[in-house]
Design a protein around this ligand. Structure first.
Ligand code: P6P
Length: 340
């Protein structure tokens, strides 16, 4: 058997890449690895025996129907991260407020974590790929105290790590600590993640655009013109592009990262800031995108420069191949000026 690199070996080999960490960041990643294996197992048996399908009968702060697996995944990640004692608090899509761990061990932690424990969970019952998204910051509050809101409200450029787990035809963990983007595929036979996609790069351009075109009439003129641009016939620029929209951000992002493409969740009349959440969806994937040579924009600038004001705030979102995001921004700016 040819030698392969496990996630654990990779973390040890790359320990020097983790800024100012004496092993804590590695322990956060290994906690995410453990929790993702537990969640993966439950997702894969989310069928007859598990009684884990369907709605949990509760809503999250977004007013979204929580699925049983949403709540299950949230609990597993919170417990796995707490057990490592290097994170003092967690902000999660599934919890109205952030969680400040009570134990002394955790309050001595140098980091905070933000996560969407199971993004796209409305797809669980129809067997479509879903994902976990996470973001890690160094805390701003004093070590040895409880986590504070300011620990979580940090701009994307301050992230020390970010990544996602995609529970698809295979389960993958893709992350960055600011030194490139690396993908690991889970091998259930040996129960470990194997380095399968070292140094992932966004193709500079692509032929795939991902957007919910059901919202077309609610988009502003600039977004509508860009979608028309994607659909025009022009062989010299590989158009028309292909429309691919799974309804699961991690799945659309992952496919576009490998093949090239742009994912958009623009503002609509009903949702003037779009739908996606800055801190635990847009910002971590923006970190990955830029580390992979791609771009992530709100339409008015880099996602990684948005100053957060609240835990669950939303931003309009354009992310993917650099040249495609730039073209979308051009249409948005041109039509914004003409609308003024
Ligand atoms: P819509 C899932 O709820 C999610 O947050 C993303 O994973 C997905 O891309 C988007 O929302 C789908 O939203 O409004 O197109 O159904």
């Amino acid at each position: 058997m040819s030698h392969f690199t496990t996630l654990g070996e990779f973390i040890i080999d790359r320990q020097k890449d983790f800024p100012g960490s004496s092993g804590e960041l590695s322990r956060i990643l290994s906690a995410i690895r453990l929790a993702s294996k537990i969640v993966n197992q439950e997702i894969n048996k989310a069928g007859v025996a598990a009684d884990i399908l369907g709605a949990a009968g509760s809503e999250n702060i977004q007013g979204e129907q929580q699925q049983k697996l949403d709540v299950y995944a949230d609990e597993k990640f919170i417990k796995a991260i707490e057990a490592r004692g290097v994170v003092c608090g967690i902000g999660s899509e599934e919890n109205d407020d952030y969680i400040a761990y009570e134990s002394e061990k955790c309050q001595n932690g140098k980091y905070v974590l933000l996560m969407d424990p199971l993004d796209g969970s409305s797809n669980i019952d129809v067997n479509v790929s879903i994902g976990t998204i996470f973001s890690v910051f160094k805390r701003k509050s004093e070590i040895g105290t409880k986590a504070e809101l300011k620990d979580f409200l940090q701009i994307g450029d301050e992230q020390v790590a970010a990544g996602y787990v995609i529970y698809g035809s295979s389960t993958m963990l893709v992350f960055t600590t600011g030194n490139g983007v690396h993908g690991f595929t889970y091998d259930p036979g040996i129960g470990t993640f194997i380095l399968s996609h070292p140094d992932m790069k966004f193709p500079d351009n692509g032929k795939i655009y991902s957007v919910n075109e059901g919202n077309y009439n609610n988009f502003n003129q600039g977004v509508r013109r860009y979608i028309q641009y994607c659909q025009e016939i022009d062989a010299s620029t590989n158009r028309p592009y292909t429309g691919r929209y799974i309804g699961s951000l991690v799945a659309d992002f992952h496919r576009n990262l490998i093949k090239g493409g742009i994912y958009m969740y623009p503002a609509t009349n009903a949702a003037p800031n779009g739908k996606l959440r800055l801190l635990y969806e847009c910002s971590p994937l923006a970190f990955l995108a830029e580390q992979a040579g791609g771009s992530a924009s709100t339409g008015n600038g880099r996602v990684m420069e948005v100053e957060p004001t609240e835990l669950h705030q939303r931003v309009p979102y354009f992310i993917g191949s650099k040249e495609m995001v730039e073209m979308a921004e051009t249409f948005l700016q041109t039509h914004k000026e003409s609308a003024q």
